[in-house]
Structures are given as structure tokens and as C-alpha cells.
Design a protein around this ligand. Structure first.
Ligand SMILES: [Zn+2]
Length: 257
């Protein structure tokens, strides 16, 4: 991933309030399309211009060809607020984050965790994140629903990893149970992506707990009950289970590895 800076210059008298509103709307539109990562943007105003530093999946993430309908409308909104089209100044590679995928995947999966800022869509061959703007819009012109699903999944993951509140159990249930709301929504998004990309796309189901290693190794698929989902070797050193008809991958319980 990369760091870039956008500068917004006013071309006529405008109110700070109107400018801020237009800029924030533009940044939200980019975020909903996967063109920028993270959720908080520090926009600084100094010497007549606004500046913001952004984390982007690829050097070209802000290229016009990736813009969603909302991003295009938001760009017009900048003009209405009397701001020139943003100028980009590339800063460099982010030292703390992963590279984005550049290879055609033979399969894909929805996988995230509370420490990952990158796209939740991963290449199944190498686990590298696939920038969302590279696939057709999942719903209503962009990937808002995916980003929302991802932030809720991450919030649940953080609560259960912290293991410090009663919310831990409800949160764990959301990410590890096929009856949960997060599963239902994420699994539907997975199906949508598979349909749009024509690439087999799986949903990652988190697994922790369980009585013993043996019990965990003979754990059936929680959706269809099949034992055939267990693999001889874990894929990507992580996914011991993959159910083809249910389109689910899962790990051997983290308590028994
Ligand atoms: Zn199954």
C-alpha cells in the first residue's frame, strides 16, 4: 500500500464549512469504492489550501478510470464549493502494510481481521488483498456494503480478541457462527462477487475453542454437516477446511494449533 497527499485549492471565495463538506464527501466516496483505505482522514487547512494524507492500495488507485458514480458526483461537488480538482502528490510506500494483488486469482475469499486495513477480498492463491475498485461494483455503484461489513467484522474481532467485556461472546458469535447476521450479509456479498467476477469466492469463518484437537479435526461443516470439507493440508497455512458447495473456508481452532 502507498501513501499519497491530496491538495485542494480554492479558486474563489468559499466558506470553510462548504469546502470541508465537499472534501469530506469526496473522501467518503473514495473510501466506499476501496480507492482509499482506513476510516479517519485528517484534513488540514493552511495557507489557503486543504491537505490530506491518504493510504491507497496501489499507486494508481486515484486514477479517474476507477471512479465510481458517487466519486464523479463528489468531484462535481468540489467545483460547486469553488475548489479546484485535487492535485495528487505521491509520498511513497507504506512500510507497515501489505502489497496488493497483481495476479489473476484461481479462487478468492473474504477475509479480514481487526489489524488489517486493506481490502477484505483476497486472492486465494497468495492471500494478497484485491483492491475493490478492480472488480465490478457489488451494490449501488460501489462497494459501500463491503466496507461496512468489513468494519463491523473488525469491530467484533477486536472485542473478542480483547476478551475484556461481556460483548466478547456476542462478538465471537457474529464472526464464527453461520446463523449470525454478519455471516448472512458477508456470505451474500461473497455470492455477489463470485457472480460478478466468475471466480469461485469463499467466506472465511473464524474458529476458536472446541474440546480437543481430535474433535476439531473431525468438525463438520457448520452449514451442511459434511466432513468432506477437511483438507489434507491447510491452504495458505491457515485454512484447514473448505466446503465447496457452501463456499466456506475455516481454520483449525486457534486453541488447538
Ligand atoms: Zn458445507
Amino acid at each position: 500500500m502507498f501513501v499519497t497527499e491530496l491538495r485542494f485549492e480554492c479558486f474563489a471565495d468559499t466558506s470553510i464549512e462548504a469546502a470541508e463538506k465537499a472534501i469530506n464527501n469526496f473522501l467518503e466516496a473514495l473510501r466506499a469504492n476501496g480507492q482509499v483505505l482506513g476510516r479517519e482522514f485528517a484534513v488540514a487547512f493552511n495557507d489557503g489550501e486543504f491537505r490530506v494524507r491518504l493510504l491507497i492500495p496501489e499507486r494508481s488507485s486515484l486514477a479517474n478510470r476507477y471512479n465510481s458514480p458517487w466519486v464523479k458526483v463528489a468531484l462535481n461537488g468540489l467545483t460547486e464549493a469553488k475548489i479546484l480538482a485535487p492535485r495528487e502528490k505521491f509520498i511513497g510506500q507504506d512500510i507497515n502494510s501489505e502489497a496488493s494483488n497483481t495476479h489473476q486469482p484461481s479462487w478468492q475469499l473474504l477475509y479480514t481481521s481487526y489489524v488489517h486495513m486493506c481490502s477484505p477480498l483476497r486472492n486465494g492463491d497468495n492471500l494478497l488483498p484485491i483492491p475493490l475498485y478492480q472488480i465490478p461494483a457489488t451494490f449501488n455503484g460501489d462497494h459501500k456494503r463491503m466496507i461496512k461489513w468489513q468494519s463491523e467484522w473488525q469491530a467484533c474481532d477486536e472485542l473478542q480478541m480483547a476478551a475484556a467485556t461481556k460483548a466478547e461472546f456476542a462478538a465471537l458469535d457474529e464472526i464464527s457462527n453461520t446463523d449470525s447476521d454478519l455471516f448472512r450479509r458477508g456470505w451474500d456479498l461473497r455470492g455477489r462477487i463470485e457472480y460478478l467476477t466468475k471466480i469461485p469466492t469463499y467466506y472465511y469463518l473464524y474458529r476458536v475453542g472446541g474440546e480437543s484437537l481430535n474433535a476439531e479435526l473431525s468438525r463438520p461443516c457448520p452449514k451442511c454437516g459434511s466432513l468432506e470439507w477437511k483438507l489434507a493440508e491447510p491452504l495458505l497455512d491457515m485454512f484447514q477446511f473448505r466446503c465447496e458447495p457452501c463456499r466456506i473456508v475455516s481454520n483449525l481452532s486457534w486453541d488447538h494449533q
